[in-house]
Design a protein around this ligand. Structure first.
Ligand SMILES: [Zn+2]
Length: 122
């Protein structure tokens, strides 16, 4: 049985995998890092190849998907605001609709390079 992370990493193109390795890799837990490295090794991607793919994709024009890397792996999170206890401060939080939180909009983030495509919490 493949884990969700395993399935995700497996489904990436060589370009996406290269960008993930260059940008979001440090935010992964030990096991995730291991999976990324194993996938890179099994595809025979060298450090040079990763650099080439990264520079080819990042900051070039993308007709769809992420503005920065063109990936379609975007995650949308609902953004709400919550009343701070005992005060009138409104804190912006990224959360699912629950309790006293009210939905303000959403935040769309690229799962490959972390680019924020839309952020209503600002
Ligand atoms: Zn991206």
């Amino acid at each position: 049985m493949m884990s969700r992370t395993e399935f995700f990493i497996n489904s990436l193109s060589d370009e996406e995998l290269s960008i993930l390795k260059k940008i979001k890799y440090p935010s992964y837990m030990h096991n995730g890092k291991l999976l990324i490295d194993q996938e890179i090794e099994s595809r025979g991607l060298t450090i040079e190849r990763i650099e080439t793919l990264y520079h080819k994709v990042v900051n070039s024009y993308h007709e769809s998907g992420c503005n920065r890397c063109g990936s379609g792996h975007l995650i949308e999170i609902e953004v709400g605001s919550v009343q701070a206890q005992g005060g009138s401060n409104i804190l912006n939080v990224v959360a699912l609709l629950r309790g006293r939180k009210s939905i303000k909009g959403s935040r769309i983030e690229c799962q490959i390079c972390g680019y924020l495509i839309k952020d209503d919490s600002m």
